[in-house]
Design a protein around this ligand. Sequence first.
Ligand code: URA
Length: 261
Amino acid sequence: MLGESPVDRFASIEPAAPAARATRPTAPPADFDTVSRPTLAAPPADFDTVSRPTLAAPPAPDVAVMQARSAAKNAKTLDELRTILDNFEGCALKPTASQLVFADGNPEARLMLVGEAPGRDEDIEGLPFVGRSGKLLDRMLAAIGFDRTSVYIANIVPWRPPGNRTPTPQESQICLPFILRQIELADPDILVCLGGPSAQTLLGIKEGITKTRGRWFAFETGKREIRAMPTFHPAFLLRSPLQKRFAWRDFLAIKKALDHR
Ligand code: URA
């Protein structure tokens, strides 16, 4: 404005850098992804077998019965039998149960009672007849002057079937050599079969419990012949309390038999 000749001031201004254009993100460097995330190396070839317990399929039922027979025969004491049973892999119920339910009470007792299979409470505690039916059994025994110091209690099947279902005949047959050996080693004077399945499995009878309860059967332990009586299962008595009078009759007969020996 003050000079004599016009000056193009704009001419002295450096041309502006071209406006930055919004650019699309370029692809990350080839190694970006692998650099920014921890690398997950492929597992070693034996990873799977190392990290998961191997669940070997149980043997075929007839093979399992043979294995059970020879394993049970090897037990010289009840403690040995418990250990052998705990290591036996031939019964498909073992992997789904929490633990072995071997026995409760006094193995020296003259009276032995055998039920069918552990339920939920027994599976948790590892002892037979500790749930509702066990409490009723305790009251029935108390009525004839017995408790768990004077009886020995076990089951045909020592592992809880899933959902408390009835053990299959195959499962019972596989476990049978163990309970037979358990009876032989405990050597009671009187055996009580709690419920039809126990009576049918141990005594080899086909008739139902209504026909057989209260009757005496001869039972060969392997050492000697003893007397065995089927009676109603306490779980059945909880559902059908009117039948308790028959069980009461059976328990009086059992008491009498023990008193007169
Ligand atoms: N019923 C059985 O037969 N056995 C148990 O131990 C418990 C319930």
